[in-house]
Design a protein around this ligand. Structure first.
Ligand SMILES: [Zn+2]
Length: 252
């Protein structure tokens, strides 16, 4: 098995959304991360980042959301260009698992024509809700004519405990994370169940969380997983991304 973390976008947001005690309107940059895993001759993605077009015209694709979450400093990089650097074309992808269906996590889904998609059933319901656009969902990002498997419990993808989805609701109703057991390293990829490392230490609930109680419960679950030896990969922590995730490193 090997794993790469891939740069699949970059956005600017108000910091106080993630650091609730902050009183200033200061903005900060957030990395958008996808994970590529090759295991048992299967090419897997966990999340697909931002659609490449948002670098040029985010409003056209995201509407008003592009004002809250503004693509910045992408420098021509997106999941498709980053996969190319490791020799993978979109048609090579067999399986896409979406942590949830916000457009910075499923924006490139449309490129993976040969893939089967996994997503939690509560997330599909939530993204189909009549007020879904107010919850940050954009239908054209995820509602595609692809093979879709809905999950409702923790799912062991190969039935060997190596790659397992875990329910981590709170950011959205159907948010999931991914446990990946490599030979030498164990990751729990939390996506937006934990946006920033500091949120876990300080038990901070970002203002964009759908259900604060549930996200705090998911933090407890993540703390237990961390204690058992997993590295938590946060959804949007630039410090972790730049200093600890070793972009370009192949984990195996
Ligand atoms: Zn996100």
């Amino acid at each position: 098995m090997n794993l790469h973390f891939l740069n699949s976008g970059r956005v600017q947001m108000k910091k106080k959304i993630f650091v609730p005690n902050l009183t200033t309107d200061e903005k900060f940059e957030l990395p958008v991360i996808s994970t590529y895993i090759n295991y048992k001759k299967t090419n897997i993605l966990f999340d697909t980042g931002c659609h490449p077009s948002v670098e040029i015209n985010a409003f056209e694709r995201w509407g008003g959301l592009s004002k809250i979450m503004k693509p910045i400093n992408m420098n021509g990089k997106n999941l498709i260009t980053e996969l190319a650097t490791i020799g993978i074309s979109p048609d090579d992808i067999d399986l896409v698992i979406n942590s949830h269906l916000h457009p910075d996590h499923c924006g490139c889904n449309e490129f993976f024509k040969n893939a089967e998609f996994y997503c939690h059933e509560k997330e599909i319901q939530s993204a189909n809700h009549e007020n879904a656009n107010l919850m940050g969902y954009i239908k054209k990002e995820w509602d595609l004519p692809m093979k879709l498997k809905t999950l409702n419990h923790n799912f062991d993808v190969f039935d060997d405990s190596r790659i397992v989805t875990i329910n981590l609701p709170g950011h959205t109703p159907g948010s999931i994370g991914l446990l990946v057991n490599l030979e030498k390293t164990r990751f729990v990829i939390a996506s937006d169940a934990l946006s920033l490392e500091r949120n876990l230490d300080k038990e901070e609930v970002p203002k964009n969380a759908w259900n604060p109680q549930l996200i705090l419960k998911s933090y407890e679950e993540l703390k237990i997983i961390k204690k058992s030896g997993y590295i938590i990969v946060c959804g949007h922590d630039d410090n972790q991304w730049k200093n600890n995730l070793d972009m370009g490193v192949i984990y195996n």
